[in-house]
Design a protein around this ligand. Structure first.
Ligand SMILES: [Zn+2]
Length: 100
Protein backbone atom coordinates (compact mmCIF):
# COMPACT_ATOMS: atom_id res chain seq x y z
CA UNK A 1 0.00 0.00 0.00
CA UNK A 2 1.29 3.49 -0.80
CA UNK A 3 2.43 5.78 1.96
CA UNK A 4 0.69 9.15 2.06
CA UNK A 5 1.68 12.38 3.79
CA UNK A 6 -1.06 14.21 5.62
CA UNK A 7 -1.26 17.21 7.88
CA UNK A 8 -3.89 17.73 10.53
CA UNK A 9 -5.74 21.02 10.04
CA UNK A 10 -6.78 21.11 13.70
CA UNK A 11 -3.45 20.62 15.48
CA UNK A 12 -1.17 21.18 12.50
CA UNK A 13 0.79 17.96 13.03
CA UNK A 14 2.09 16.19 9.92
CA UNK A 15 1.85 12.41 9.75
CA UNK A 16 2.27 9.55 7.32
CA UNK A 17 -0.25 6.80 6.80
CA UNK A 18 -0.59 3.77 4.58
CA UNK A 19 -3.94 3.69 2.81
CA UNK A 20 -5.55 1.27 0.43
CA UNK A 21 -8.24 2.30 -2.02
CA UNK A 22 -11.01 0.94 0.19
CA UNK A 23 -9.77 2.42 3.47
CA UNK A 24 -11.79 5.27 5.02
CA UNK A 25 -10.31 8.77 5.21
CA UNK A 26 -7.62 8.93 7.88
CA UNK A 27 -7.89 10.69 11.19
CA UNK A 28 -5.11 12.57 12.96
CA UNK A 29 -3.11 10.21 15.20
CA UNK A 30 -2.33 13.11 17.53
CA UNK A 31 -5.80 14.54 18.24
CA UNK A 32 -8.17 12.15 16.44
CA UNK A 33 -9.66 14.86 14.24
CA UNK A 34 -10.74 13.91 10.71
CA UNK A 35 -10.00 17.31 9.12
CA UNK A 36 -6.71 16.27 7.59
CA UNK A 37 -5.13 17.55 4.41
CA UNK A 38 -3.25 15.40 1.92
CA UNK A 39 0.24 16.74 1.22
CA UNK A 40 1.53 16.29 -2.31
CA UNK A 41 5.20 16.30 -1.39
CA UNK A 42 6.21 12.84 -2.55
CA UNK A 43 6.56 13.51 -6.27
CA UNK A 44 9.18 11.10 -7.61
CA UNK A 45 12.44 12.71 -8.72
CA UNK A 46 11.94 11.28 -12.21
CA UNK A 47 8.61 13.08 -12.59
CA UNK A 48 10.17 16.35 -11.43
CA UNK A 49 12.91 15.95 -14.04
CA UNK A 50 10.38 15.32 -16.79
CA UNK A 51 8.38 18.38 -15.79
CA UNK A 52 11.50 20.57 -15.69
CA UNK A 53 12.62 19.35 -19.10
CA UNK A 54 9.17 19.90 -20.56
CA UNK A 55 9.28 23.50 -19.32
CA UNK A 56 12.70 24.07 -20.87
CA UNK A 57 11.76 22.59 -24.23
CA UNK A 58 8.59 24.69 -24.39
CA UNK A 59 10.63 27.81 -23.76
CA UNK A 60 13.35 27.00 -26.25
CA UNK A 61 10.91 25.95 -28.97
CA UNK A 62 9.10 29.27 -28.55
CA UNK A 63 12.38 31.14 -28.90
CA UNK A 64 13.28 29.03 -31.91
CA UNK A 65 9.93 29.88 -33.46
CA UNK A 66 10.55 33.60 -32.94
CA UNK A 67 14.02 33.29 -34.48
CA UNK A 68 12.56 31.36 -37.40
CA UNK A 69 9.86 33.94 -37.89
CA UNK A 70 12.35 36.83 -37.79
CA UNK A 71 14.46 34.99 -40.33
CA UNK A 72 11.62 34.01 -42.66
CA UNK A 73 9.60 37.22 -42.64
CA UNK A 74 11.91 39.28 -44.93
CA UNK A 75 12.15 36.35 -47.35
CA UNK A 76 8.38 35.95 -47.40
CA UNK A 77 7.92 39.66 -47.92
CA UNK A 78 10.39 39.71 -50.80
CA UNK A 79 8.62 36.78 -52.42
CA UNK A 80 5.29 38.57 -52.18
CA UNK A 81 6.74 41.81 -53.48
CA UNK A 82 8.24 40.00 -56.47
CA UNK A 83 4.93 38.33 -57.19
CA UNK A 84 2.34 40.95 -56.32
CA UNK A 85 4.14 44.26 -56.14
CA UNK A 86 5.29 46.56 -53.35
CA UNK A 87 1.99 48.43 -53.06
CA UNK A 88 -0.05 45.27 -52.68
CA UNK A 89 2.17 43.91 -49.92
CA UNK A 90 2.20 47.23 -48.06
CA UNK A 91 -1.62 47.41 -48.16
CA UNK A 92 -2.43 43.77 -47.50
CA UNK A 93 0.40 42.51 -45.34
CA UNK A 94 1.54 45.41 -43.14
CA UNK A 95 2.59 42.98 -40.40
CA UNK A 96 5.43 41.81 -42.62
CA UNK A 97 7.13 45.14 -42.02
CA UNK A 98 9.55 46.52 -44.54
CA UNK A 99 10.69 49.98 -45.56
CA UNK A 100 8.31 52.85 -44.95
ZN1 LIG B 1 -4.45 16.65 14.92
Amino acid sequence: MPLYDYRCETCGEPFEIRLGFNDPAPVCPHCGNATVQRLITTVPAVAKGVLANAGDSRKSSKEQLQDKWAEETPKLRKKLVDKLGEDFVRKNAPTLGGSE
